[in-house]
Design a protein around this ligand. Structure first.
Ligand code: ADP
Ligand code: MG
Length: 375
């Protein structure tokens, strides 16, 4: 038996968040703004989200006793950490409503299931093939080169990905971490994303389509709005809304897309949770992605996802970006968000900065460089 799915949880209730990282931290702060109490489940007893929440259960995501204790302390459950097991999710769902529902998480956790599901819904994707073992490698030549191999689970920030340039390179590969998914490398003009949120009553809201740039496989900069034709921006939003409805989303979801050199929009991946490419909303929208998520999860009304300003979001990654913090604090128009992580290891997301402009006044390509103190 699973819990009733359309209950509303008024401010004063406790929202449980699975995962204690920065997305949980910013969700918890948004929940607190609306008068909710937040209880975190996290393996370690301290974390960025625990530091701003009322209480926490320290325990593994797969430990039934920890999950039971966590559920008993929450009224409604959501997550920032996507890789909780199917067994863990169904255990939680026996006790409390889990939003988004476990099914959508199961789909987004596994790249093959995700692509299968999206393709069945008529969503355009980069040409792809499942690779269950070495016997499948030969057939990948049909996709053409270069192609990219990705682990089906646990990938993030470009981890678990291998670029393959030619048939010779493909046949030289050994000891790969199967199962994998192979995708044709897309020649894209831009990478885009859309944050879409859906409520328990089916209301769907979409933030503006934005443009993302990566550095060493990690999101570096988001430009809001994306500098694309309005019809392309609207098409990306229509795709995101379609996925939200097909998957019966309750909560927020990030949809990553490629805007191909040929003009076609292809979905790269989905993440049914707040997303790094939605952090710009914290300073450029009255109601940001985290508050929209909390409103959806608790069953509160979802106002239109309106943007009052243009924004450039820079991620602060590792020690080299932490060295820029003093300069950023002194920069006019820059809003700094730090996650409270003790140690700035290379490649670790430490915070982000939103630089805000009047609508229509996003700086040109050259001026973008000079927005923040140099690295
Ligand atoms: P992650 O889960 O690590 O975010 P993604 O599938 O989003 O994995 O890949 C990370 C980045 O690698 C993408 O944002 C994009 O820049 C690049 N990439 C991934 N797949 C492709 C592809 N098929 N064609 C071109 N670039 C790709
Ligand atoms: Mg991605």
């Amino acid at each position: 038996m699973t819990m009733q799915t359309n209950a509303v949880f008024e401010p004063g209730s406790t929202v449980g968040i699975i995962g204690g990282g920065q997305l949980g931290r910013m969700s918890a702060m948004a929940a607190a703004k609306l008068g909710y109490r937040v209880h975190i489940l996290n393996p370690a007893p301290t974390s960025p989200a625990i530091e701003v929440s009322a209480s926490a259960t320290a325990g593994s995501y797969d430990d039934p006793a920890a999950l039971e204790e966590f559920a008993s302390r929450c009224d409604v459950i959501t997550f920032e950490f996507e890789n909780i097991s199917a067994a863990g999710l169904s255990l939680l769902a026996k006790h409390r409503p889990v939003r988004p529902a476990g099914e959508i998480l199961r789909v987004s956790q596994d790249r093959i299931l995700e692509k299968t599901c999206l393709a069945e819904a008529g969503i355009a994707l980069a040409p792809w093939k499942a690779v269950s073992g070495p016997q499948d490698l030969k057939s990948l030549e049909e996709l053409g080169f270069p192609l990219i191999l990705k682990t089906t689970r646990f990938g993030y920030d470009g981890k678990g990905q291998f670029r393959v340039e030619s048939a010779e390179a493909l046949s030289a590969l050994t000891d790969l971490p199967y199962p994998l998914v192979a995708e044709k490398m897309i020649d894209f003009q831009r990478e885009l994303s859309v944050m879409v949120v859906r409520g328990i009553d089916g209301t769907v809201r979409c933030f503006d389509t934005v443009e993302n740039r990566h550095r060493d496989g990690i999101l570096d900069v988001t430009l809001a709005p994306a500098r694309i034709m309005p019809d392309v921006a609207e098409e990306a939003q229509a795709i995101a809304m379609k996925i939200a409805m097909e998957l019966d989303l309750v909560g927020i979801m990030g949809v990553e897309l490629f805007h191909g050199a040929d003009g076609q929009l292809l979905v790269n991946e989905i993440a049914p949770r707040p997303h790094n490419s939605g952090h710009w909303t914290m300073d450029a929208c009255l109601i940001d992605q985290f508050e929209m998520h909390i409103r959806a999860v608790t069953g509160l009304p979802l106002p239109p996802a309106r943007r009052h300003s243009d924004a450039v979001m820079h991620n602060l990654v590792g020690p080299e970006d932490m060295a820029r913090v003093a300069g950023i604090l002194a920069t006019d128009g820059a809003s700094l968000h730090l996650y409270g992580k003790r140690e700035a290891r290379p490649g670790r997301k430490m915070g982000h900065v939103n630089t805000i402009f009047p609508r229509g006044a996003l700086p040109g390509e050259l001026a973008l460089e000079g927005l923040l103190p140099p690295r």
